[in-house]
Design a protein around this ligand. Structure first.
Ligand SMILES: C[S@@+](CC[C@H](N)C(=O)[O-])C[C@H]1O[C@@H](n2cnc3c(N)ncnc32)[C@H](O)[C@@H]1O
Length: 286
């Protein structure tokens, strides 16, 4: 039985970074009429209440979306942040932050008639919630299946336009090797498809090595190169060496405008979401 429940972490600094980039990538795909397919290999429950249950207990959102929420409407906000906050507000349907959209909900908000969602979630409870939320949406398929193994069935999309999000819990160390293999498989099947991978920043060798391995794998295989953006929020782990220091996103085949847009955004994210003097950011491309 899987132990990880994303509700504990919904809306934390890592979700903020991942979801800002997810929104930017889907907006980019929406610049053209031709439909896209968004494959979410580890979809979670789809959306989360912040007022009850696990998210309310853990309150990780307070040091993530909670710190950014008051900035809504500021005309000087970097466009990527303004767009993300507007979508979170749209999901809430009110100016009160009571719910947080997961990656499937954000993709659903940006999905047009011609676009497809392919959502995989192994946890029976989260799968049930996701299926009841999006299972009957036209163009969407929700499956209780292994997201890594599902790539061969859904890539390349018939329109050859698409985004694959690989966002595992990394509770098992095998997720690091599986993520690397999934990037290779996605690029072998669809060399110019966009792939977005979330990576935890931990005091753990596998986590530290993953960005380098992904870059090496994308080099020469991703037709439009790669981008890696890291947001560090703190410099110390707990006494046992656990704790998220920050996180990063790796994008294969990014839009050419994304790095510049992120360089405008990351100083603000580091200032608002940083928890100690180690807070900082990196954006690199290849
Ligand atoms: C980090 S959460 C996903 C969060 C979601 N992508 C979002 O941004 O809102 C990871 C999810 O993957 C699920 N999971 C773990 N292993 C999986 C696998 N092999 N295939 C599909 N889902 C899996 C977990 O149950 C968990 O809900």
């Amino acid at each position: 039985m899987l132990a990880y429940r994303h509700a504990f972490h919904a809306g934390n600094h890592a979700d903020v970074l991942k979801h800002i980039v997810l929104v930017a990538l889907l907006r980019h795909l929406n610049h053209k009429e031709k439909g896209w397919r968004c494959v979410d290999t580890h979809a979670g429950a789809g959306g989360y209440s912040l007022k009850s249950g696990y998210a309310h207990q853990g309150r990780e959102h307070a040091s993530g979306i909670g710190r950014l929420w008051p900035l809504r409407g500021d005309p000087s906000l970097p466009p990527l942040l303004a767009d993300y906050l507007a979508l979170v507000e749209q999901f809430n349907g009110s100016p009160t932050l009571g719910q947080y959209p997961g990656s499937p909900a954000l993709a659903r908000l940006l999905q047009r008639e011609q676009d497809q969602l392919r959502l995989y979630e192994l946890h029976p409870t989260d799968h049930k919630i996701l299926a009841s939320y999006l299972g009957s949406v036209p163009g969407a398929e929700v499956k209780m299946a292994d997201g890594y193994a599902s790539l061969k069935a859904v890539l390349p999309p018939p329109t050859r336009r698409g985004l694959t999000l690989i966002d595992p819990p990394y509770e098992l160390k095998t997720d690091y090797a599986k993520t690397l293999a999934a990037l290779r498989e996605a690029l072998t099947r669809f060399a110019d498809g966009i792939v977005l991978i979330w990576i935890p920043q931990l005091a753990l060798l596998e986590a530290a090595q993953l960005p380098q391995r992904l870059k090496a794998s994308a080099q020469g295989h991703a037709k439009k190169g790669w981008l890696h953006a890291r947001l560090t929020v703190q410099g110390t782990t707990d006494a046992r060496g656990y704790g998220l220091l920050g996180s990063s996103v790796f994008v294969a085949n990014p839009p050419h405008t994304l790095a510049a847009a992120l360089r405008k955004l990351m100083p603000l994210l580091a200032a608002e979401l940083g928890q100690d003097s180690a807070a900082g950011w990196v954006v690199e491309e290849g």
